[in-house]
Design a protein around this ligand. Sequence first.
Ligand code: BTN
Length: 308
Amino acid sequence: MKSEILEILRTKRDVVSGEWLSERLNISRVSIWKHIGKLQECGYEIESSAKGYRLAGSPDVPYSWEFPAYEDRLAYFPEVDSTMDEARLWARKGAPHLSVVVAGLQKKGRGRLRRTWSSKPGGLYFTMILRPDLAPALSFKVNFAASMALAKTLREFYSIEAKVKWPNDILAGDKKLSGMLSEMETEADLVKYINIGIGINVNALPRGEGIDAVSMKALLKREVSRVELLGRFLERFEKDVENIETDDVVSRWKEYTGTLNRAVRIVTFDRETEGVARDVDETGALLVELPGGEIKRVIYGDCFYQPV
Ligand code: BTN
């Protein structure tokens, strides 16, 4: 109901009477009043007078009602340990495909390869629960689709020349703008769920992690609405993931990556590979040409671009 009330107040841009709202939405005036009160508590500037209500401002908080298409599938938490933990609980309880857990900040944000992910207020931190009809070995396709959807969103709506760094980081220039982490549970050779967690440096910049990072705010020299960004990304991703089973994601992904033909160093827990990234195969693995000319297939790891 809150999304409907907000939509009316946003469209009218003027005072709307409680009576009119109640008739239009077919709920009592007391219910309208309660919803308005709750919205005010949540930071919406709603002026109320004898004539009715007027929306003077909205907080940039990704509350569920800001995403009408997701209202029953999206939960916002001001603070969590990690949206990955929350999403895992949801997934195990049977949350439907494309449910989303968003947090204002994370106290124990997790990065890839057991790193931490600094999650201060101002960034966007969320995990999507996905139930694609895919064999576990093809689960990388949803990760590729998600990083591609984010790169497209950043290019299309924010004119940021975003590129994917294998496997799923988003860079602007050579600086990291976003990272992605995924977790999966399988049963009898089928994916039960894949949870994809995305952290985007929107208005805050992670510090002290040894990563060369940049925020959207620093690039655009203005604050960016997290609500708008999440809405745009979800809309894009939902379309892109629709036919993921049959889609040739890898070919499309190659149009968005800056990794191919670059000198790279790939680091895993126990080894390092140096060479030139030549291609990505149909399983999402990076094909690296070693100094001797031999091609090595790398299936996971942190990729560092080497100076040219
Ligand atoms: C990386 O680049 O190392 C991956 C970072 C992933 C961070 C996101 S923020 C939302 C979700 N919750 C987490 O704890 N991590 C992911």
